[in-house]
Design a protein around this ligand. Structure first.
Ligand SMILES: C[S@@+](CC[C@H](N)C(=O)[O-])C[C@H]1O[C@@H](n2cnc3c(N)ncnc32)[C@H](O)[C@@H]1O
Length: 196
């Protein structure tokens, strides 16, 4: 029945997050990142809700929600509709998907969500407490590069990584993150750098 919730959520907000795009068919100018990419598919409401609820239980009031590999924007729209974030940023390396997400913003009608056409490896987190969300967007090489570029921000904040379909979670452990939550059935987890 979970597909019904997804259909209703998208219909209610006038969104189109549909489709599956195999990684070989993704259009991007970030050609070196393409080899590490996974396919486009929108997250389900059930999966994103589990991570957002668990993140909320930490008691941290997050400044920003950051979706690395945001596709057509479903996770940002769900987080904006159901939870409180000052700003929500989607980072997506495929320009046609960013355009689809921007069409969705027009329907959704808020001004605190934006989508950036960039390779997540080089994305610099904003200062503050970020909830950084990933739905298995890419392999280890990109994840490690992103972590390397943002370690300072993780050290100096209470930011958390919320990882759905967490194939490369061991990378996070190797980089010194601790696992705050993991559901083996849904393969979702939360990770934080232990600076506090
Ligand atoms: C499984 S989809 C997730 C979509 C969205 N986050 C959601 O939860 O509905 C993964 C997305 O990551 C994007 N992606 C893959 N590699 C990327 C990279 N290096 N930088 C930014 N986006 C990337 C893909 O184009 C795809 O849209």
């Amino acid at each position: 029945m979970s597909w019904m919730e997804d259909q209703l959520f998208e219909k209610w907000h006038g969104l189109d997050c549909s489709g599956f795009i195999d990684r070989h068919e993704l259009e991007t100018s970030y050609s070196s990142a393409l080899a590490h990419s996974r396919a486009y598919q929108a997250v389900t409401c059930v999966a994103i809700r589990e991570l957002l609820d668990e993140a909320r239980k930490t008691g941290i009031v997050f400044d920003h929600f950051i979706d690395l590999g945001s596709g057509k924007g479903k996770a940002c729209f769900y987080a904006a509709a159901k939870y409180r974030f000052r700003r929500l940023i989607g980072v997506e390396f495929s320009a046609p998907l960013v355009r689809a997400a921007e069409r969705n913003i027009m329907k959704f009608g808020v001004d605190n969500i934006c989508f950036v056409n960039a390779d997540a490896a080089g994305f610099s987190l904003p200062a503050g407490d970020n909830l950084v969300y990933l739905f298995n967007p890419f392999g280890e090489a990109i994840l490690l590069e992103f972590l390397k570029n943002n370690m300072d921000k993780f050290r100096r904040s209470r930011s958390i990584i919320a990882y759905a379909n967490d194939k490369h979670r061991l990378c996070l452990a190797k980089a010194g993150f601790v696992t705050l939550f993991r559901n083996q059935d849904s393969q979702s987890s939360l990770h934080q750098y232990p600076s506090h």
